[in-house]
Design a binder for this molecule. Structure first.
Ligand SMILES: CC(C)(COP(=O)(O)OP(=O)(O)OC[C@H]1O[C@@H](n2cnc3c(N)ncnc32)[C@H](O)[C@@H]1OP(=O)(O)O)[C@@H](O)C(=O)NCCC(=O)NCCS
Length: 150
């Protein structure tokens, strides 16, 4: 059974394990919101600010997806979305599920818009975002910027 949880102190070890699994080029090339080390796992699970860090937990044990909404703490009105699903679980609708969750969480926090950046060669993520209604535009040589009104 899956559940989406806000990361809390009880999840530190599970998040460390997830970060170990994604701390290689096949993920980091596309998804690198912060270093994937133990100190960040601990910091995120102990964090109590306005930004949101959440995970998809399988059978109450294993983190198979990680998502974040950032920017509010720094004073931005439009939060930036980031998400990553473990490769074994790709193509099962989890990316869409987590994105829907992050959009709804943003709406509940009063956001009228969400944004994200995606590498131009990241076909899976760009297709997901387009399908979800993000307007993707050129950001620079490497990245597209996506915005969606909520
Ligand atoms: C991008 C990512 C989150 C997608 O997660 P996922 O769980 O595999 O995606 P879903 O199964 O929910 O797919 C939803 C939609 O995304 C698109 N999509 C997903 N994988 C795709 C692929 N390999 N090629 C093309 N489109 C793809 C499709 O439109 C799909 O809808 P469909 O199943 O009706 O065709 C996942 O590939 C991932 O974590 N990648 C590594 C990290 C990353 O790139 N994060 C985003 C950084 S901006």
């Amino acid at each position: 059974m899956i559940e989406i949880v806000r990361l809390r102190e009880e999840h530190v070890e599970q998040l460390e394990t997830f970060f170990e699994a994604i701390n290689n080029l096949s993920y980091v090339d596309d998804f690198s919101p912060h270093p994937f080390d133990s100190s960040n796992a601990e910091r995120i699970c102990k964090y109590h600010g306005r930004d949101k860090y959440c995970a998809i937990l399988l059978n109450g044990e294993t983190i198979i997806g990680y998502g974040l909404l950032r920017g509010w703490d720094e004073g931005y009105e439009v939060p930036a979305i980031g998400l990553c699903i473990l490769e074994t679980y790709h193509g099962k609708g989890l990316g869409k599920l987590l994105l829907d969750f992050l959009e709804t969480a943003s709406r509940l926090e009063g956001a009228s818009e969400v944004m994200l950046k995606v590498k131009k060669n990241n076909v899976a993520a760009s297709s997901l975002y387009q399908k979800q209604g993000f307007d993707l535009k050129e950001y620079n040589d490497l990245f597209l910027i996506g915005r969606k009104r909520l």
